[in-house]
Design a protein around this ligand. Structure first.
Ligand SMILES: Nc1ncnc2c1ncn2[C@@H]1O[C@H](COP(=O)(O)OP(=O)(O)OP(=O)(O)O)[C@@H](O)[C@H]1O
Length: 652
């Protein structure tokens, strides 16, 4: 069964809102064509022999049908010749066939193709000067009745392609977006293991956020069959979850995964969590550590922060008769995961039960690294017949038959999470999801004609977030950041730039200005240094963290109340994640985006299209910046010196 109906533009007949309607129209069109063919056949049979010969040698001219009241389209063969010449820029003949093909009706119209072997005007040896004849309205008479004219796109507005979403994307299970409403007390989900409930309370949680209350029971139910396929031999459905930043998506997969694995006897890699950055992987592995503490389950982090051999030691142990697995849950970045699949003897994913892809839209974008095919190959690798686990063969999900259920199957369930999960079926299809189910806080369910476009996804933002933009000049941008930091006096401010060079310069400038504890976070520094910086920021020892988009996704630092976009993000999706570092878990937060005059219109329109609540305009009067200028000028001079020294060092 096809998982997705990928809609490609099949012509206006099929572009209707409902599939059935399109099918009906296609049938009607077919019948019409068939009846015309029959009529022609009858005419040919009843006509005198000479007329038949004429008909076969040279087709009769058929007057073009025209809709009552409609005038011929400019440039069409029916339009006055002068007008058509103008439309083709006077290049009637030079354009040749292509020029003519471009003029004309939209695809699917009733026009005839001018290009046919029996038509002299279209033959390759057409004499120069024959163009005027070829372009006469009569040219259509030369074409076979069944052919459709190609082209004509320039002259008329092409009908809008109306792709439609598969039902699971068009009608998702609704999840509340507000984490301060509709909370479910912990005791109200009795299916969660009592030990885990205790852990949740010990972490200071008293109720589940909406996304957790929706996803945890669904996942627990799908895992009720243990590590084998569920009732009736059906493989569990894959899940896609789209909920705002800071709405607790991490616990929505941590709790059910831990609970499902609690019943395991032998240690095997049964859950694999893949994340885009080292810092995010580390954060998620910490959450797993909290909830697997005091259980036999073991968590391994493989991100490249440690050497390959150190990571290998945490994954497998060599024994007299082979290898022993040391991790039940592996949290990894894609590159390092592939390294272990290739280079770690004994590292097996053959018993994998859960594949969690966090920040799934970003991970789909990085699919060119082809980490997923490598993982899938490792997951569905055939057991050696001598292996005691060979009984538990696994196969890709397919129709359930008596033959397919003869052997116990270990199902693989994919779980996708993101605040900006793509709804583009073509992108999602790369993940080969099995009967997926979508949980979404987005728009109310869209009909099957819903647009399958990323930007039309209308992102959802945390309730407590206030969005502003600050119009300013290029020169005043650093001053605006300093003004916001100094006037608000908030203990943790996250400031995003679009490049590591910009981050570095802004960091040097603010440091030279003084009065603000500042640090930078970018790929200029190694993972060890970045980890230290993030920790200091969490501890409140750094007030302003100037960062690239390396911290834009998933990073959960408590107490960030202000996000400043020093450089406006290029994509709405990036904006969603950057500003989502504040106003988490129902708290309040503010986001300011500095905009040059030339950026304003385009940027605000992009955000409006993406469903961002209207940004408040926040002017910073120049008299408020004036007192900062003398120190700022000094800092600029200092910056110049530092940059020159750094360049010298680099050359040396
Ligand atoms: N039920 C809950 N009650 C209170 N706080 C919670 C609850 N669940 C999660 N949190 C807290 O909410 C914060 C955000 O959670 P989490 O990082 O899982 O969000 P997220 O949805 O994954 O965000 P992002 O999309 O930015 O990655 C964390 O600090 C977490 O401890």
């Amino acid at each position: 069964m096809a998982l997705f109906h990928v809609a490609r533009y099949p012509g206006p007949e099929a572009a209707g809102p409902a599939e059935s309607e399109a099918g009906g129209r296609a049938r009607a069109l077919l019948e019409r064509l068939q009846s015309r063919a029959r009529e022609r056949q009858q005419r040919r049979e009843s006509a005198p022999p000479e007329a038949t010969a004429e008909a076969t040698g040279k087709r009769r001219r058929r007057p073009r049908r025209r809709r009552p009241g409609s005038s011929p389209a400019p440039g069409s063969p029916d339009a006055p010749r002068k007008k058509r010449q103008k439309a083709t820029g006077g290049d009637a003949d030079a354009g040749g066939r292509r020029g003519r093909a471009r003029e004309g009706a939209p695809p699917g119209s009733d026009r005839r193709v001018a290009s046919t072997p029996s038509c002299p005007a279209e033959s390759g040896d057409k004499a120069p000067g024959a163009s005027s004849e070829a372009e006469s309205p009569d040219e259509s008479a030369c074409s076979p009745g069944h052919a459709l004219l190609l082209g004509g796109f320039e002259m008329r507005k092409a009908p809008k392609v109306q792709p439609f979403l598969p039902t699971w994307l068009a009608r998702p299970s609704r999840v509340g977006k507000n984490v301060t409403e509709h909370l479910v007390p912990i005791q109200d989900l009795p299916e969660v293991h009592p030990e885990l409930q205790k852990k949740l309370r010990a972490q200071g949680l008293s109720s589940y956020f909406p996304v957790q209350a929706a996803v945890i029971p669904t996942l627990l139910e799908s895992a009720a069959g243990g590590f084998l396929v569920g009732r009736g031999g059906f493989q569990p459905q894959d899940l896609c979850v789209s909920a705002p930043t800071g709405s607790g998506k991490t616990l929505a997969f941590v709790i059910p995964v831990v609970q499902a694995l609690l019943q395991r006897v032998v240690c095997r890699v049964r859950a694999l969590v893949v994340l885009p950055t080292k810092e995010l992987a580390q954060q998620v592995s910490k959450v797993f550590q909290v909830y697997t503490d005091a259980t036999p389950l073991r968590v391994a982090l493989v991100t490249g922060q440690r050497s390959l051999s150190r990571e290998q030691e945490s994954l497998v142990q060599r024994t007299a008769d082979g290898y022993r697995c040391l991790a039940d849950i592996v949290v990894a970045t894609p590159g390092r995961l592939v390294d272990h699949i290739d280079q770690t003897p004994g590292f097996s994913l053959q018993q994998l039960r859960f594949l969690v892809v966090d920040e799934a839209d970003r991970m789909v974008d990085s699919m060119h690294q082809s980490w997923l095919p490598r993982v899938m190959a490792a997951v569905f690798q055939r057991e050696e017949p001598s292996d005691p686990c060979a009984l538990f063969q696994r196969e890709l999900p397919r129709a359930v038959t008596a033959a397919s259920t003869w052997a116990p199957q270990v199902p693989l369930q994919k779980l996708l999470f993101s605040a900006t999960l793509t709804q583009n079926p073509e992108k999602l299809q790369q993940l080969s999801l099995h009967q997926p189910q979508l949980f979404s806080s987005g728009l109310e369910s869209r009909g099957p004609e819903g647009v399958a476009d990323d930007s039309a996804g209308k992102y959802v933002f945390p309730e407590g977030l206030l969005h502003h933009y600050v119009p300013c000049s290029l020169r005043a941008k650093p001053l605006a950041v300093l003004h916001l930091v100094l006037t608000t006096q908030l203990p943790r401010v996250l400031c995003f730039t679009n490049s590591r060079e910009n981050s570095h310069r802004l960091f040097l400038l603010v440091r030279a200005f003084g009065g603000v504890s500042v640090a930078e976070f970018s790929s200029r520094h190694g993972p060890g240094h970045r980890k230290k910086i993030l920790k200091q920021f969490e501890q409140g020892r750094i007030q302003l963290l100037v960062s690239t988009d390396a911290t834009a996704r998933g990073i959960d630092v408590q107490g960030v109340e202000l996000v400043v976009n020093y450089d406006a993000p290029q994509y709405a999706r990036t904006y969603v994640h950057r500003v989502g570092r504040t106003a988490r878990a129902g708290r309040a937060g503010q986001a300011f985006t500095l905009l040059l005059r030339v950026q304003e219109h385009k940027f605000l329109r992009m955000l409006a299209d993406a469903g961002v609540p209207e940004l408040g305009r926040h002017e910073i009067p120049s008299e408020l910046l004036q007192p900062l200028i003398p120190r700022y000028e000094e800092a600029l001079t200092q910056l110049e010196k530092t940059v020159r020294e750094e360049q010298k060092q680099k050359k040396a």
